[in-house]
Ligand binder design. Structure first.
Ligand code: ATP
Ligand code: MG
Length: 283
């Protein structure tokens, strides 16, 4: 592939026609509600069937709207069938294991939807952007070579394929916020006292590495988007647009499973009718 044809995130930022404004509010609300309801129905079948599971991974730069998207899109789903796990800097115990270990512990059970707010993908992002983090990973020295990122991409592809073969479908969502929009949202977090808690100097520091992050993301998406486990790159400068797109991506993944309520045998139906008869006969 020539350099011009290579996947680049900057080609998939929010365009003017994706800007849903206040006039579109009723339509946005209705469309998102249709998505939220569809998700709730599909999740109910997923749970009853108890065969497949879905893992939805969210990755993004700070202030891209991961938390809001998760909150809104999953708002209709039965909390019993859904679990959100957030991955921050690894603990000492995490660093005593291979890089997938801490995420594996949070994989969704059959019939459930698992949401990862950040994930093992940080291992080819923040760890790649900051050399000192890799150094602190306690890996044997001779395993740290220039091939390490290629090796990690391969390990991730294989891991996701393995999960797919076992009934856990993995989809990955990247919320593609622009550098300008991030700046706007950071300033809002300073100006609005209710948002102060969301902001830290560490976030502002990471912003200085924007270009390195974009390069790492571009390559990660090129290397780990597969037929079974695609990346959905969602333009994220307009939050309503992004949330609707996130709901569609998750619905799309669930549609690829053969979801149906378990069929009940004739004997079981007869048994249920017998129980009903007894209940009705109760004095
Ligand atoms: P928020 O929206 O609340 O800021 P967040 O996901 O950014 O949510 P933070 O506590 O700000 O949460 O940050 C998590 C930090 O942990 C990120 O900077 C991320 O890059 C870092 N992190 C995640 N996984 C790893 C890892 N494997 N190694 C090093 N740092 C990691
Ligand atoms: Mg943060």
């Amino acid at each position: 592939m020539g350099d011009d044809e290579k996947f680049k995130l900057k080609k998939y930022l929010t365009q003017p026609d994706m800007k849903l404004g206040s006039d579109d509010k009723p339509l946005v609300k209705e469309t998102l509600q249709v998505g939220v309801d569809a998700l709730a129905t599909m999740q109910d079948i997923l749970y009853a069937q108890d065969r497949w599971s879905l893992l939805v991974i969210f990755q993004a730069m700070d202030a891209a709207g991961k938390d809001g998207a998760i909150k809104h899109v999953m708002s209709g789903v039965n909390p019993q069938g859904c679990q959100v796990s957030s991955f921050k800097a690894p603990s000492a115990e995490d660093l005593d294991h291979d890089f997938l270990w801490r995420c594996q512990k949070h994989l969704p059970e059959r019939g459930r939807i698992g949401i990862f707010n950040r994930s093992y993908y940080e291992e080819v992002l923040v760890v790649r952007v900051h050399e000192n983090i890799l150094k602190a990973q306690k890996l044997p020295k001779k395993l740290i070579t220039e091939d390490i990122w290629e090796e990690r991409f391969k390990d991730i592809r294989n891991f996701e394929k393995y999960l797919a073969r076992n009934g856990t479908i993995v989809i990955k969502i990247f919320l593609n916020v622009s550098k300008d929009e991030q700046k706007k949202r950071f300033i809002e977090r300073v100006d609005d006292p209710d948002k102060n808690w969301k902001f830290s100097s560490a976030d502002a520091r990471e912003r200085k590495y924007w270009d390195s992050y974009m390069e790492a993301y571009d390559e990660m998406i090129r290397q780990t988007s597969t037929k079974e486990s695609p990346w959905y790159v969602i333009p994220a400068d307009n939050k309503p647009y992004a949330r609707i797109a996130v709901a569609s991506a998750i619905i799309n993944a669930l549609e690829r499973m053969d979801l149906e309520y378990p069929k009940v045998s004739k004997e079981k139906i007869a048994e249920l009718n017998e129980i009903k008869k007894e209940l009705l006969a109760e004095k």
